[in-house]
Design a protein around this ligand. Structure first.
Ligand code: NAP
Ligand code: GLV
Ligand code: GLV
Length: 329
């Protein structure tokens, strides 16, 4: 084998990224249908200089130890990096990178797809028609909720949250947001968005869309208490991370009518979905498609590969999430 650096790619990414990696590295790439099996991860990671992993691959102390001291970079093929124990990487001098920015608009589009699909009962309507139930236009058939002129509450006003707000302008929607830090006056003015406390946002919004990362602070940020504060006619949209919402409480809320509907792209124990949710018509369920456009997945692949190459050349990668590591090297 050549003395090129070794890279483990736990699941094949688009060619744009594979090509870059293959030019500089010896690449081991897998094509599993589901999540890359843990025992295989622990075996295949041994001796590699870089890992390109997915959000379902948990990269913790055990994996880093199994890799060995030559491991230099963990490049997540996602913007969210809650699957990586970053402190464990920093301690070992390993750089961690993600893929921010390139997926912002694509994910914001999907949040809007869920807002419209839930409010206007798009999925129910499609099922109804395919089941041969459409016998003619009716005044009361599958009535939904108006999206235009509603109030949209955005939780987490970062890249994606702001892109969702930008799209609201055409719907004459009032945007309110809650986030760790208040945006500048200039941003608030440009996006026509007003800051609220979380509780005020929950009480006031007709649609609530979640865009915070999953952290210790945001786990179960939305539970029974918060769902009960929402309007009975409101909808909850989650395209961030499943564990931010207490899925059992949400299923209860949807079943008992505490809120009118929900649109979910992410789940608490992916790829599992709470069986109660599967029984309900007032929730639209998607298999984590936020960034899933051809163009965006290609850009993410290039970005992840370039992060790897930079580090292997001894440089600081553009999308480093643990800059403290630079001081330790
Ligand atoms: P981002 O630009 O970092 O935005 C996250 C925002 O959340 C920031 O404004 C941050 O505030 C805020 N925040 C962090 N912790 C908070 C807390 N405890 N309470 C309130 N606000 C908090 O990230 P992004 O690119 O918009 O992505 C957001 C998340 O979406 C990702 O982490 C990922 O999990 C998810 N995502 C999902 C998909 C999908 O396929 N469904 C696709 C892309 C992303 P500060 O910056 O002020 O700290
Ligand atoms: C997808 O969920 C991402 O975090 O990029
Ligand atoms: C409905 O199709 C209408 O014309 O109002």
């Amino acid at each position: 084998m050549s003395n090129k650096p070794k890279v483990l790619v736990t699941s094949r990414i688009p060619e744009e990224g594979m090509r870059i990696l293959e030019e500089y590295c010896h690449v081991k790439v897998f094509d599993y249908e589901g999540v890359f099996p843990r025992d295989l991860l622990l075996k295949e990671v041994k001796g590699v200089d870089a890992i390109v992993c997915l959000l379902a691959d948990r990269i913790d102390d055990e994996v880093m130890d199994a890799a060995g001291p030559q491991l230099k970079i963990i490049a997540n093929y996602a913007v969210g990096f809650d699957n990586i124990v970053v402190d464990a990487a920093t301690k070992r001098g390993i750089m961690v990178t993600n893929t921010p920015g390139v997926l912002t608009d694509t994910t914001a589009d999907l949040a809007w797809a869920l807002i419209l699909a839930t409010a206007r009962r798009v999925v129910e309507g499609d099922k109804f028609l395919r089941q041969g139930k459409f016998k003619g236009w009716k005044p009361m058939l599958l009535l939904g909720t108006d999206v235009h002129h509603a109030t949209l509450g955005i939780i987490g006003f970062g890249n994606i949250g702001r892109a969702v707000a930008r799209r609201a302008i055409g719907f004459d929607i009032k945007v309110i947001y809650y986030s760790a830090h208040r945006a500048s006056e200039e941003v608030e003015k440009k996006l026509n968005a007003e800051y609220r406390s979380l509780d005020d946002l929950l009480r006031e919004a007709d649609f609530i869309s979640i865009h915070v990362p999953l952290t210790k602070e945001t786990r179960h940020l939305i539970g029974e208490r918060e769902l009960k504060m929402m309007k009975k006619e409101a909808y909850l949209i989650n395209t961030a991370r499943g564990p931010i919402v207490d899925e059992k409480a949400l299923a209860k809320a949807l079943k008992e009518g505490w809120i009118r509907g929900a649109g979910l792209d992410v789940f608490e124990r992916e790829p599992e979905v709470a069986p109660e949710l599967l029984q309900l018509d007032n929730v639209v369920l998607l298999p984590h498609l936020g960034s899933a456009s051809y163009a965006t997945r290609a850009k993410m692949a290039t970005m992840a590969a370039e992060n790897v190459i930079k580090v292997l050349k001894g440089e600081v990668p553009p999308n480093l999430v643990n800059p403290e590591v630079v001081k330790r090297r």
